[in-house]
Design a binder for this molecule. Structure first.
Ligand code: GLC
Ligand code: GLC
Length: 632
């Protein structure tokens, strides 16, 4: 084994020397070699575990591609790599604030987006996720998640050069650019896909294509249906009668990572994007990338090895690039993707779902339990906490956790679905069902934060609920991510129903166009937009001045009142230990936290949101949906 490795490494070194360009300065090449020395053993061992030693030729090509990509990496990005290497956990700062939007819906195109940079700064963004912006089929493209080329942006938005310029301009304004890396599948119009169905043997092996139903039937015994409204099962039939794997829409064809050439090809696309100035790639649909007959084909061990291998490749050629995992699955599975050597960042779908659960039930117990046992993640990693995304909300809590609190998971999901689509008496929410599957009982819901929180229904507590929900993502640790437009309380947009390409996908209800009227009102405290904006920007401001909110450490704080969520954020203030205790009342009625409960705390503390020194010794009463951040 050792002699095989030594031999290969030797050969790679010779080939690498040949790949060095005469124009590459010694220091640049030296830094690549140093990273090669540090990372190659890991990459090779991952490659062997996935593909076996027979794939060493492909591995060699991957490394050579990385060397080329590094040599092509613009100097300003290399400087960024160097500065981030000195501050590797830059993303753990309490000054981090994320925003996400669609370029077309929010700003028309890249030029329009540049004009919005001043307002991003005003809001305090340091992270901007631009929804998929690549070339995609013109009709339905799953909101851009069906990519036809990673090297071309959607011409309606601009050009790749403009994207690189935008990345630079954002960086100059202190904003990191996040784009999707949709590596589980391509669109059916991708060059690889076209060649595959045309019978090009080099590309047929990029996808999962079968002549008849035998294998599809066998796989479908155990895989879950993701978009049953689009097609049942995981396969769709091609015009020539063959069947192809399509987990999501019929036009999104899953790539076959059992073929090492697929890994190499996608690694190349990833490095290309990195060299455009992308800071963070959102690793789309990570759970699905490896398939194994007889399993659910989700979150298999090889999925992790593949992500780690991509991670190792980017350490070689784009060392400051970070991965954000999109695993909207059971919490036990979500955490498996979070690791310095895999994905440094991850969506926190459990916290998201349980924020909504707390608002519906007026009970914070499940969320408190999740913060207690499922919040801690490894050093050097961070949650991306969010109230809602462009996708549906699924109730991905653990049934075992719920059972401990006397809650039956499936009954409770049924309740939550009914509540959030306003089929439960007294509901304040105006969500829309998504992928309602009567056969399996599975259903998720769609909607904007404001509509789900009661603003559309005219519920008087809606603004307070919106602020409470955001207070949690701003203070629990990690990067808070705003769905842009939610900060002015944008409502559901039902116009998707009259667009045939969108009508079948209710997630569009939560993806409104830039709400110009609401932004115009944002300074007017008499308007809902103004109330949400003022409240939220104040919380953001306080967060930025609260260094205890950096990093992710969280200690539970038991409030002895199921309506009041509590947690402590220990940290440093001016070099001294300091802790902030957060309390949030999820009920529609005032709630008390007793003197006895608070007896371990100092008798008074500075409440950071109101800026007042407050007596704690007598207990505290929180108004409905009231939030407090006490510095002890
Ligand atoms: C991710 C995206 C979702 C998309 C799916 C398929 O889950 O968030 O919008 O439909 O991947 O790419
Ligand atoms: C996408 C879908 C969501 C699904 C998830 C699985 O996010 O929108 O419904 O559960 O993918 O990763």
């Amino acid at each position: 084994m050792d002699s095989v490795r030594a031999l290969t490494e030797d050969r790679i070194r010779i080939e690498l020397r040949a790949a060095r360009r005469s124009t590459t300065p010694d220091a640049d090449w030296g830094s690549f070699e140093a990273r090669f020395d540090a990372e190659f053993p890991r990459l090779q061992s991952l490659f062997h575990r996935i593909y076996g030693a027979a794939a060493d030729d492909e591995l060699l090509q991957v490394v050579l591609d990385a060397a080329t990509s590094w040599q092509e990496r613009p100097a300003d990005l290399k400087a960024l790599d160097a500065s981030r290497a000195m501050a590797p956990e830059w993303y753990s700062s309490n000054r981090m604030l994320g925003g996400v939007c669609y370029v077309d819906l929010y700003a028309g195109n890249f030029a329009g987006l540049r004009e919005r940079i001043p307002s991003f700064r005003e809001l305090g963004l340091t992270y901007l996720h631009l929804m998929p912006l690549f070339l995609a089929p013109s009709e339905n493209s799953d909101g851009g998640y069906a990519v036809s080329s990673y090297r071309h942006v959607d011409p309606a938005l601009g050009t790749m050069d403009e994207l690189a310029d935008l990345a630079r301009e954002l960086r100059e304004n202190g904003i990191a650019l996040v784009v999707d890396f949709i590596f589980n599948h391509t669109s059916n119009e991708h060059e690889w896909a076209r060649r595959a169905i045309a019978g090009d043997p080099d590309y047929e092996g990029f996808y999962w294509i079968y002549p008849d139903r035998d294998m599809p039937d066998a796989y479908e015994q155990t895989v879950r249906e993701i978009f049953p409204d689009d097609h049942p099962g995981s396969f769709v039939q091609l015009e020539d009668g063959r069947w192809i794997w399509a987990t999501f829409h019929s036009f999104q064809w899953d790539l076959n990572y059992r073929n090492p050439r697929v890994f190499r090809a996608m690694a190349g696309e990833m490095l290309y994007l990195a060299n455009q100035g992308v800071d963070i790639v959102r690793m789309d649909a990570v759970a699905f990338i490896w398939k194994q007959l007889g399993t659910t084909c989700e979150s298999l061990p090889e999925a992790h090895l593949l992500l780690q291998a991509f991670n190792a490749v980017c350490r070689l050629a784009a060392p400051s690039l970070l991965f954000k995992s999109e695993a909207i699955v059971h919490p036990d599975e979500v955490v498996q993707y979070i690791d310095r050597n895999e994905c440094q960042l991850s969506y926190n779908p459990l916290q998201m779902a349980l924020i909504w659960n707390s608002l519906a039930t007026r009970d914070a117990s499940l969320l408190a339990q999740a913060l207690e046992r499922r919040h801690e993640i490894p050093e050097g990693t961070a949650w991306v906490n969010y109230v809602r995304s462009h996708d549906d909300i699924g109730w991905t809590f653990s049934d075992e956790d719920a059972a401990e609190l006397g809650i039956d998971g499936s009954d409770h999901r049924r309740f939550l679905n009914a509540f959030f689509v306003n089929r439960f008496p007294g509901s304040f929410a105006r969500g829309v069902p998504f992928q309602d599957n009567p056969r399996t009982g599975d259903c998720r819901i769609s909607g904007t934060t404001a509509s789900l929180a009661g603003l559309e229904a005219g519920d008087g507590a809606a603004v307070a609920r919106i602020l409470l929900a955001h207070s949690i993502i701003l203070s629990t640790g990690g990067i808070p991510l705003l769905y842009l437009g939610d900060e002015v309380g944008q409502l559901n947009d039902y116009s998707y129903l009259s667009d045939p390409a969108k009508a079948g996908d209710s997630r569009w209800v939560g993806r409104p166009a830039y709400p110009a009227d609401r932004y115009a009102d944002r300074r007017d405290p008499a308007t809902d937009a103004g109330k949400v904006f003022a409240g939220l920007t104040h919380l953001i401001d306080v967060r930025k001045r609260t260094p205890e909110f950096a990093g992710g450490r969280l200690i539970p704080f038991h409030t002895n009142n199921p309506h009041v969520l509590g947690y402590q954020r220990p940290g440093l203030l001016d070099g001294e230990d300091s802790t902030v205790v957060a309390l949030a009342n999820v009920a529609d009625t005032p709630q008390h936290v007793s003197a006895e409960t608070l007896s371990g705390l100092p008798t008074t503390a500075l409440e950071l949101i109101g800026g007042q020194q407050t007596l704690l010794a007598a207990g505290i009463t929180l108004e409905p949906h009231g939030v407090r951040w006490y510095r002890l």
